[in-house]
Ligand binder design. Structure first.
Ligand code: PGA
Length: 263
């Protein structure tokens, strides 16, 4: 394994069901002047579907990528209320989150369906951000690794991994999401290393190039210590991405953490 991390860190803001299209545009107008040079980091924002078009236009040419929070696995058809991969592609989405724990828990999503979504996204040239993570109950029952492994393997069952940049994994312990209770860097690293080993078993050496984000109460005051861990390649951020100053800080801190000698 290389001494320094060679993977470009990726910080993605997951806005969940927050911000109208107008609010998203105002956010971009405050965020972009704070960003400057984005070399060494990839910045992504996943607004609600209704704000994708407006935010995409506002971000145009800035280097900040647009992401969706979900997609339907079908190419089209009678699926009232759903959005297809093609619709996301037309709006310029480069990423889409799939299998977020809120979708798994509240909307009954399962890894086999996540796998199909991830494949369809890849076929359309959109990079899936595939989320996995254990509940508090599963952690307390010492089932974390088993739960993460089975969700990961099943959710990635249909993806391609040519050079490792075709998908991103997000490890998000459910007990840390929106609770203010972040996994310690050591706890997160243990699972991230395990995820990389699982990816190695599934895809071979290309696993070294796959980015694995941590998610769950990431904030400007804890991102640097998380990113200093050898297998943490960025963050998927909910609450702290809703404020432009906070997201700008997170992006800068992730870029700093990736500089040679930073960790
Ligand atoms: P949080 O959410 O940063 O508010 O904990 C993370 C996520 O759900 O992606």
């Amino acid at each position: 394994m290389p001494d320094e991390k060679t993977r470009i860190p990726i910080v993605a803001g997951n806005w969940k069901m927050f911000k109208t299209a107008g609010e998203a545009q105002a956010f971009a107008e405050k965020l972009l002047p704070q960003l400057g040079d984005l070399s060494g980091v990839e910045a992504v924002i996943a607004p609600p579907f209704t704000a994708l078009d407006r935010l995409g236009r506002a971000l145009g040419g800035s280097g900040v990528a647009l992401a969706a929070q979900n997609v339907n696995a079908e190419a089209g058809g009678a699926h009232t209320g759903e959005i297809s991969v093609e619709m996301l592609g037309e709006l310029g989405c480069q990423y889409a989150i799939v299998g977020h724990s809120e979708r798994r828990v509240m909307y009954g999503e399962r890894s086999d369906g996540v796998a199909i979504k991830a494949r369809q996204l890849q076929n359309a040239g959109i990079c899936p951000i595939v989320c996995v993570g254990e509940t508090l109950e599963e952690r307390e029952a010492e089932r974390t690794l088993e739960v993460v492994q089975s969700a990961l393997t099943a959710s990635l069952a249909e993806v391609k991994a040519g050079d490792g940049t075709e998908f991103v994994v997000a490890y998000e312990p459910v007990w840390a999401i929106g609770t203010g209770r972040t996994a310690t860097p050591e706890i997160a690293q243990e699972v991230h290393a395990f995820i990389r080993a699982t990816l190695r078993a599934q895809f071979g050496a290309v696993a070294e190039s796959v980015r694995i984000q941590y998610g769950g109460s990431v904030k400007p005051d804890n991102i640097a210590t998380l990113m200093a861990q050898p297998d943490i390649d960025g963050a998927l951020v909910g609450g702290a991405s809703l404020d432009p100053d906070s997201l700008a800080k997170l992006i800068h801190l992730a870029a700093e953490a990736s500089k040679p000698g930073a960790s």
